[in-house]
Ligand binder design. Structure first.
Ligand code: DQA
Length: 146
C-alpha cells in the first residue's frame, strides 16, 4: 500500500515559520517521524511539497496513478483552490486533509475549506502530529474497506 504525502505553499518553511502557530518542527523532521509510522503500518510513502498550485495539481494526478491514498496539507490553497479540489475529485484517490493549526479558531478566511468535501476526512489543530493521525486514519479506513 502506498500513500502520497503532499504539502502546499510555505510548508517548506516549517520550523522557522511563525513557530507560535506552527511549532518548531521542520518538514524534514515531520517526514522522518512519518517514515517510522509508515514502517510500523507497513506502507510506503512518497513525499511532495511545492509552493506552486500547478505542481501540486500534477502531484495529485500522479497520486492517482501510483498511490492508494493521499495525506494533504494544502496550506492556504485549501481555502480557495477550486483547481486543487477538482484534481482530488478527478483522481478519486481517498484523501485526508490536514492542518497543523486549528484553522477554525483563526481568521475567518481560514474557516473555509474547498477541498474538504472531496476528502474522506480531516485532522487539524494538533500541531505537526496531524500528519501521523491523518496517515493512521487513512490506512485504517483503506484496510477496513478491504
Ligand atoms: C495551514 C493553515 C493554512 O491556513 C495556512 O495558510 C498554512 C498552514 C496549517 O497547516 O495549519 O499555510 O495549512
Amino acid at each position: 500500500m502506498k500513500v502520497m504525502v503532499i504539502d502546499g505553499p510555505n510548508l517548506n518553511l516549517l520550523g522557522s515559520r511563525e513557530p507560535a502557530i506552527y511549532g518548531g518542527t521542520s518538514l524534514g523532521e515531520i517526514r522522518a517521524s512519518l517514515g517510522e509510522v509508515a514502517r510500523e503500518l507497513m506502507v510506503d510513502l512518497e513525499f511532495f511539497q511545492s509552493n506552486g498550485e500547478g505542481e501540486l495539481i500534477d502531484a495529485i494526478h500522479r497520486a492517482g496513478e501510483v498511490a492508494d491514498g493521499i495525506v494533504i496539507n494544502p496550506g492556504a490553497y485549501g481555502h480557495y483552490s477550486i483547481a486543487m479540489r477538482d484534481a482530488l475529485a478527478a483522481v478519486g484517490v481517498p484523501a485526508v486533509e490536514v492542518h497543523i493549526s486549528n484553522v477554525y479558531a483563526r481568521e475567518e478566511f481560514r474557516s473555509r475549506s474547498v477541498i474538504a468535501p472531496v476528502c474522506i476526512g480531516g485532522v487539524w489543530g494538533f500541531g505537526s502530529d496531524v500528519y501521523e493521525w491523518g496517515l493512521r486514519a487513512l490506512i485504517k479506513k483503506l484496510r477496513d474497506n478491504g
